[in-house]
Design a binder for this molecule. Structure first.
Ligand SMILES: *Cc1c(COP(=O)(O)O)cnc(C)c1O
Length: 387
């Protein structure tokens, strides 16, 4: 297994354009001009490198893609307007009528909607499997073409063994597609474990400041070429402005994730035995059921932990009402700490059985740990738990 080495220079300077400006200029333009008819012909004919139209490519967007690809250890990538458009682009580029998708049961809500509501309209079939790759063989069909997963999962923080999932994908010749939103490339690089495609919601930790939406697909050149051709026609391209913001954000991703995860570990340890909490999950706590896998594939435990309140649904709502500092919002991955109660909000539409299958108990609280002082966050969470 090759381990991609992320140096500090890659984190901070990768993809910088060789211009005179210290910060790469923002190319806020919809299209590009040529010196003469011959240059225009050559660029359109793919004989000369150049930009044509910002739905296809744009230097500010390319800078963001190059930086993220360097962090993920990917050959290249394509950036889109949101995480969802990146995920949909991988499905619609690589799956066709009659194909079958293997998907882990604990995935982002909108991804679940795409798979169950829209893919069947185009004749694409799917099977949900659990987070243990050793059980997947039975679900694989001759038409299975892709396996899609997230790890750590949202909001239950289960860990999927990426090396084991990669081995199943290789054995059955499946495209291995990983949503790396929760860990970020600072926490784990799925390509090192056999992923063919890595998708991101840049809206979360990559921006990290709750400002812009964005997404990206990373992978080998021949795969990304197909994603590019699909996107250049269908038009989910990332705005150059958002890309420019995101490129600046990537320069601080490493230091931010270091602090987000050290804060999260501190809080998880401090709260694990709180009398109002039935159980608490954080990948880098020895009590996590998949702690050993987390330690094997992750460089830090990430910025999210979750706990189950003994008081159930009502206690969950009361917890949110008692907080004074933490934000109540559906987003995650921000400088400011965020609390959410999935059973009454993001996952309220699921049946109780569906929630139970992905470990969403009525009293589950998810905390996205910010960059505030760790004792300020702890004191606010304790206020929430005081009732
Ligand atoms: C938010 C999120 C997405 C969707 O990203 P958007 O940028 O909101 O479209 C996909 N996957 C995960 C794990 C997410 O948290």
């Amino acid at each position: 297994m090759s381990t991609h080495r992320i140096t500090n220079a890659i984190r901070i300077r990768a993809g910088q354009t060789p211009e005179k400006e210290h910060s790469t200029p923002l190319f806020l333009t919809s299209s590009f001009c040529y010196d003469d008819a011959e240059e225009m012909r050559a660029v359109f004919a793919d004989e000369k490198e150049g930009n044509i139209y910002s739905r296809f490519s744009n230097p500010s967007v390319q800078e963001f893609v190059d930086r993220l690809a360097a962090l993920e250890g990917a050959e290249t990538g394509f950036a889109t307007a949101s995480g969802m458009s990146s995920i949909v682009a991988t499905f619609l580029t690589f799956l066709k009528k009659g194909d079958h998708l293997l998907v882990c049961n604990a995935i982002f809500g909108s991804t679940h909607t795409i798979i169950t509501k829209y893919l069947p309209k185009y004749g694409i079939e799917y099977t949900y499997v659990n987070t243990d790759p050793s059980t997947w063989d039975a679900a694989i069909r001759p038409t299975t073409r892709m396996v899609f997963l997230e790890t750590p999962t949202n909001p239950g923080l289960e860990i999927v063994d990426l090396a084991a999932a990669g081995a199943v994908a290789r054995k059955h010749n499946l495209l291995f597609n990983v949503d790396n939103c929760f860990a970020t490339p600072i926490g784990q690089t799925p390509i090192d474990f056999g992923a063919d495609l890595v998708v991101h919601s840049a809206t979360k930790w990559l921006d990290g400041q709750g400002r812009v939406l964005g997404g990206a697909v990373l992978g080998r050149k021949e795969l990304i070429k197909d994603v590019y051709l699909f996107c250049r026609s269908t038009g989910p391209s990332l705005s150059p402005f958002n890309a420019w913001v995101l490129s600046r954000s990537l320069e601080t991703l490493d230091v931010r994730m270091e602090r987000h995860s050290s804060n999260a570990l501190y809080l998880a340890q401090a709260l694990e035995n709180h009398p109002a909490i039935a159980s608490l999950r954080y990948p880098f706590l020895p009590s996590h059921p998949q702690h050993a896998i987390a330690k094997k594939q992750m460089k830090n435990g990430g910025g999210i932990f979750c706990f189950d309140l003994k008081g159930g649904l009502e206690a969950g709502r009361k917890f949110l009402d008692n907080l004074r500092m933490l934000s109540l919002t559906a987003n995650l991955g921000d400088t400011r700490s965020i609390a959410s109660h999935p059973a009454s909000t993001t996952h309220a539409k699921l049946t109780p059985e569906e929630r139970a299958a992905v470990n969403i108990t009525p009293g589950l609280i998810r905390i996205s740990v910010g960059l505030e002082h760790r004792d300020d966050i702890l004191s606010d969470i304790k206020k929430g738990l005081a009732s």
